[in-house]
Design a protein around this ligand. Structure first.
Ligand code: NAI
Ligand code: OAA
Length: 404
């Protein structure tokens, strides 16, 4: 996104120029410090001789921490410190997305506790990850009896639990199984960590987010600013496909994607690509179709073995990282997400949002101004399908009310 904040563990982010004087998690310490006082120290974080961090990301990381150190009496420019202080839970952590996501989260210097929950055996995943010498403490939780302890006091809950598509299926075909899974998990979130940011990955996102909102309302703890449908993979794909097509340096490309997360409800706003790029009509058609069908491209290539897992883990890690940086006080963190919204007549809509300590601080409605004719048509078409998916989710949650 245009101003995605600098990255702590550097998942596709760009430089942040607005880091405010953050007290570096003064309120939440667990005594785990990591010092970054040279490029070498940053590299050594992963334990690798040469870091996976891109040159630009490393620069962003150093810039961000040097900004913080200037404002923080506990740090000096020669020994920049960050404090691992956030608790993160992944529900569905033994799955195709859950496992690589857990690895990426384990690499975050901002995370002190990583809780892995699944109905399948997650002990092995946790044991495996716990051998990585990074700050967070990994714990495993299996089955519904352990869900409450998994969620106690967590700051962010990420939910990739549920079944994925096979070739020939739509995301909506997953509704019958995943709607109930999301409802049950959100009930537990409401009971155990009602103030947490909730990141919903489970499909169909266009319906599972409205289901989550209804359940939270029934429990009396709904905070629309903290409930997010994760649509970051649509942005990641848009950036990648545009860069490929136009031979651009990937790190610089930024395409907002609005609407929802299924087929035509995914609308890349190619006219708002940064840096400014000129597309022929044919290119707009082809790129839009490829971005809308990015998930299907992977489902078909996997031929029955599931849907996107690695790119999704990467995208979810990027969204998590942005959320943690916002929680940590960074003041210029922007991501696209499917949230409660007033930018259209629909109650939920994906667009660029500004993230802050309290969740969504602002929804960037200006992205929907000055659209091309193609984009206006796409927007009108997607609203019909998206409205139906939202209503389906709300009706499901209202039919089977939870106990408060
Ligand atoms: N938002 C997005 O952009 C994307 C969403 N997805 C969705 O993410 C979901 C997960 O995909 P994969 O990880 O590939 O599936 P997977 O089948 O590999 O893993 C799902 C995991 O969820 C667990 N699970 C099932 N019911 C559960 C419950 N009640 N509580 C806790 N865990 C439970 C399973 O045991 C399994 O370990 C699917 O619904 C898929 O469509 C996938 C890619 C992109
Ligand atoms: O396509 C799927 O079923 C999984 C998904 O949401 C994506 O990859 O965007």
């Amino acid at each position: 996104m245009a101003a995605t904040s600098a990255s702590a563990f550097s998942i596709g982010s760009t430089i942040s120029h607005g880091s405010k004087a953050s007290p570096l998690s003064q309120s939440k310490t667990c005594g785990m410090n990591i010092s970054f006082n040279s490029q070498n120290n940053i590299k050594s974080f992963t334990g690798l001789k040469s870091s996976f961090l891109a040159k630009e990301s490393t620069a962003a990381l150093r810039y961000s921490f040097s900004q913080k150190s200037q404002n923080n009496p506990r740090t000096s420019s020669s020994a920049l410190q960050i404090m691992a202080s956030f608790k993160v839970a992944i529900l569905g952590a033994a799955g195709g997305i859950g496992q690589p996501l857990a690895l990426l989260v384990k690499m975050s210097p901002l995370v002190s506790d990583l809780h892995l929950y699944d109905i399948a055996n997650v002990k092995g995943v946790a044991a495996d990850l716990s051998h990585c010498n990074t700050p967070s403490k990994v714990r495993d939780f299996t089955g519904s009896d352990e869900l409450a302890s998994c969620l106690k006091d967590v700051d962010v809950v990420v939910i990739p639990a549920g079944v994925p598509r096979k070739p020939g299926m739509t995301r909506d075909d997953l509704f019958n199984i995943n709607a109930g899974i999301v409802r049950t998990l959100i009930e537990a979130v409401a009971d155990n960590c009602p103030d947490a940011f909730i990141h919903i990955i489970s499909n169909p996102v266009n319906s599972t987010v409205p289901i989550a909102a209804e359940v939270l309302k029934q429990k009396g703890v709904y905070n629309p600013k903290k409930l997010f449908g994760v649509t970051t993979l649509d942005v990641v794909r848009a950036n990648t496909f545009v860069a490929e097509k136009k031979n651009l340096k990937l790190i610089d490309v930024d395409v907002p994607v609005v609407g929802g997360h299924a087929g035509i409800t995914i609308l890349p706003l190619l006219s708002k690509t940064k840096p400014s790029v000129t597309f022929s009509d044919q290119e707009v058609n082809d790129l839009t179709a490829r971005i809308q069908n990015g998930g299907t491209e992977v489902v078909e290539a996997k031929a029955g073995a599931g849907s996107a897992t690695l790119s999704m883990a990467y995208a979810a890690a990027r969204f998590l990282e942005s959320s943690l940086r916002a929680l940590d006080g960074d003041s210029d963190v922007y991501e696209c997400s499917f949230v409660q919204s007033e930018v259209t007549e629909l109650p939920f809509f994906a667009s660029r949002v500004k993230l802050g300590k309290q969740g969504v601080e602002a929804i960037i409605s200006s992205d929907l101004e000055g659209l091309t004719e193609f984009e206006v048509k796409g927007l009108e078409a997607l609203k019909v399908e998206l409205k139906g998916s939202i209503e389906k989710g709300v009706a499901f949650a209202q039919k089977e009310k939870v106990t408060a």
